[in-house]
Design a protein around this ligand. Structure first.
Ligand code: DGJ
Length: 729
């Protein structure tokens, strides 16, 4: 039983964690506890943190312990004595922004609800339990519904918030955050995954001091710069030990996540839609649904936290055919031909791709009306026979005849000035009256809050998808949002555009998913500019970065792995020297790094020697043989990202198979690296060890591999890599 409601205490248990809250004497919903499982104990005593005569006290009488200034609260509104970042801020029709939320009601919910218009964890098999708590303002009939779902097996708690206006007048929402966690401690480190294009999701760990720490995006998308996933953890937290709590936002637009230390040494963590330029008008009778946050708590360090996220995303966020099916190995044309999408050239590459075992040939940018460069044509989703050199259907049948499926690139949310779509519908561009919108990659962004625009793009995409044999699409987005103004909305509703934009993107993705249930969508935003749990609901894989240099990629993939399953990481073998960094790296290292992901190729295979084609054929066979271990196995980071080599490992659920990879990122000559230590094996099982295809003499117990490790007995030079298979005997 995950949810228990006893007197005034509400508890949600998972296998190893407990989340607890209580209605206190003043009717505030206090946060009591989130941590290791309590097994029936109550943390109620700890919420009494009396302080000082200056703390604001409710007029209906309460002791200083219950003041919203110091009491750990589950959710609170601005204006009523909670001086921490209150998750809700609004104004009523009388102009007042004072809101006093008190407990109204709690009820169990049979089946985990989906959130209208938004991505969220789902649970058709009924493995989770949910509870909905209603808070109500003391004066106005303004209700806030807090939804909690405990995923017992995954040790995960999902939270979301819905605000309902029954006040009889309009209200304006200025801030509706999705989670608020008040903790009794403050000795935390705050971890974000930050970066820039080509260097996404680099781990950034900072101690929490007196000032508020925040991580956010204001770019309209979740962004390359900060990922909507953060961790706060004990100072001693490492991969294997220590306590940590994660928060992953199931949303692809602007977000904020912040943590602040209070005057009494407690902390508040909040996460939700970034309030900057957010102003949502809610008419009487309407509701606003804020997106979901996925929390987990681990007392076994970051690897425990990672396993929880990987499990819940694989089982309860991914949907459709590819939630579980093996992912196809792809050859993508972009780094092979760029805009030169000539059918003869593409088929020549496809023939080589077939030889190495590729399943799907993907035609990237350049295939549609007049698209010779990034100067034009976005919005005109009609195949350009002249550019391709034959009808698209003929190219596809050529690929199909070779025994491969076909995939196609789209950038549905953008528009070029030089396009038929723009000439017909200039009003579909996001831009303010009398201003020309900023250009980014020479293009504008479509106003996705406008249904007419969304429907028109849908129709164009359907025309291509209905009339061609297409099994995969790459959904790209190469812009940040500027000029956020929709000519369809009145002045007082312009603060809704950023959020309505995201809802429009989700509605288009949902329509495509519903109409083509077997289609695999991979999302992309100039590489990994929109890598978040929101997109993963519609597209179970994401092109992780445009930087495919394996020595940079290992760091990007390292940061990505903390939250996101390895099978969501779009990763390809590309040319050497690398097109972005100009660095040369061995073919096997490029392959080993791409294997910590969906695996595929993105280079002109006609330029490779027969020997190289033969190597890649063997590599593809190796990946296919290990595909389920990589897709479903437990993933361990064996090193941090600032050592001279980086290593990781997959272990099968039955612990009979494991695969470890080491990449030497910097020279450490005279030293023969030891992979220490392997993880997740059975201590008493005997294993055989195969290093780069050659079996090492002897048998190894799980204990020996986990406590001692394996000496590679050979010096590895910068850029080289090694692969170790571990098989139970
Ligand atoms: C940006 C993407 O990240 C690339 O992989 C490629 O698809 C280009 N766009 C195409 O324009």
């Amino acid at each position: 039983m995950s949810v228990s409601i006893k007197e005034n205490i509400i508890t949600l248990d998972t296998k190893n964690t407990t989340y607890q809250m209580a209605v206190n004497a003043n009717g505030y919903l206090a946060h009591l506890y989130y941590g290791s499982r309590l097994d029936g104990s109550s943390a109620a005593d700890c919420s009494m943190l009396g302080y000082h005569s200056l703390v604001p006290l409710a007029y209906d009488g309460c002791s200083s312990e219950l003041s919203p200034d110091v009491c750990p609260l589950e959710y609170s509104a601005y204006g009523n004595g909670d001086f921490r970042t209150a998750p809700l801020m609004l104004s009523f029709s009388d102009g007042s922004s004072v809101c006093d939320l008190r407990f109204e009601d709690v009820k169990r919910i049979e089946k985990k609800p989906l959130l209208k218009g938004l991505p969220a964890l789902h649970d058709e098999a009924g493995k989770s339990e949910s509870v909905e708590i209603c808070l109500k303002d003391k004066i106005y009939d303004l209700r806030v519904y807090l939804l909690y779902t405990a995923f017992e097996e995954c040790d995960v708690l999902a939270r979301s918030v819905r605000v309902e206006n029954r006040t009889g007048g309009d209200i304006v929402l200025n801030r509706v955050l999705s989670t608020c966690l008040d903790n009794y401690e403050c000795d935390y480190d705050f971890i974000s995954f930050s970066g820039k294009p080509n260097y996404e999701r680099s781990l950034n760990r900072i101690p929490l001091r007196e000032l508020k720490l925040s991580c956010e995006s204001r770019r309209g998308t979740s962004s390359h710069q900060n990922n909507p996933f953060v961790i706060f953890c004990s100072k001693d937290c490492s991969e294997k030990s220590g306590e940590c709590c994660g928060a992953a936002f199931v949303y692809s637009g602007n977000f904020t996540a912040s943590m602040e230390k209070t005057q009494i040494g407690t902390t508040r963590f909040v996460m939700g839609i970034n309030p900057e330029n957010f102003r949502f008008v809610l008419k009487d009778g309407e509701s606003f649904q804020a997106p979901e946050v996925i929390h987990t708590f681990s007392n076994s360090g970051f690897s425990g936290l990672t396993h929880n996220y990987h499990n819940v995303i694989r089982k309860h966020l991914f949907r459709g055919k590819y939630a579980d099916a093996p992912r196809p190995i792809m050859l993508n044309s972009w780094e092979a031909t760029y805009f030169d999408v000539n059918c003869e050239k593409l088929l020549a590459i496809a023939k080589q791709a077939k030889k190495i075992g590729v399943d799907t040939f993907v035609l990237d940018d350049g295939w549609f009306l007049g698209r010779q460069s990034d100067n034009s044509s976005l919005g005109d989703w009609f195949a350009d026979e002249e550019r391709i050199g034959c009808p698209l259907s003929r190219l596809i049948s050529g690929i199909n005849e070779l025994g491969m499926k076909f995939g196609l690139w789209f950038e549905p949310e953008c528009i070029s000035e030089n396009s038929i779509l723009y000439r017909n519908h200039p009003e579909w561009v996001l831009q303010a009256p009398d201003r020309k919108g900023m250009l980014g990659r020479k293009q504008w962004v479509i106003d996705m809050s406008n249904d007419d625009a969304v429907n028109a793009i849908f129709d164009m995409m359907c025309d291509i998808l209905d009339n061609n044999n297409i099994d995969y699409i790459k959904w790209d987005f190469n812009r940040y949002l500027t000029d956020v103004y929709s000519c369809r909305l009145p002045a007082e509703r312009q603060g809704e555009v950023l959020h309505r934009y995201v809802l429009g993107v989700y509605s288009l993705l949902e329509k495509i998913n519903a109409r083509y249930p077997d289609l695999l969508i991979e999302s992309c935003a100039s590489g990994g500019g929109r890598y978040d749990c929101g997109m993963l609901y519609y597209a179970p894989q994401i092109w992780a970065s445009d930087n495919t240099d394996p020595l940079d990629r290992v760091n990007i993939q390292y940061g990505t792995s903390f939250c996101y399953p390895i099978i969501s990481v779009g990763s390809h073998v590309t040319a050497s020297p690398n097109h972005t960094t100009r660095r040369n790296t061995p073919l096997l290292t490029r392959s080993n790094v791409a294997m910590a992901g969906t695996y595929g190729f993105e280079l002109d295979l006609t330029t490779l020697s027969d020997g190289e084609i033969e190597i890649l054929k063997k590599e593809t066979e190796f990946y296919k043989a290990h595909a389920s271990l990589i897709k479903d196995g437990d993933y361990y980071r064996l090193t941090s990202n600032n050592e001279r080599y980086i290593a990781w490992q997959f272990v099968s659920e039955d612990k009979k198979h494991a695969l470890a990879v080491l990449v030497q990122t910097r020279n450490n000559i005279n030293y023969k690296p030891i992979i220490r230590r392997l993880e997740g094996l059975n201590a008493n099982t005997k294993y055989r060890v195969i290093i780069d295809g050659a079996e090492r003499e002897g048998e190894y117990t799980g204990t020996a591999l986990m406590q001692i490790g394996i000496n590679l007995r050979t010096i590895k030079y910068e850029g080289e890599s090694t692969r170790i298979e571990i098989e139970a005997i």
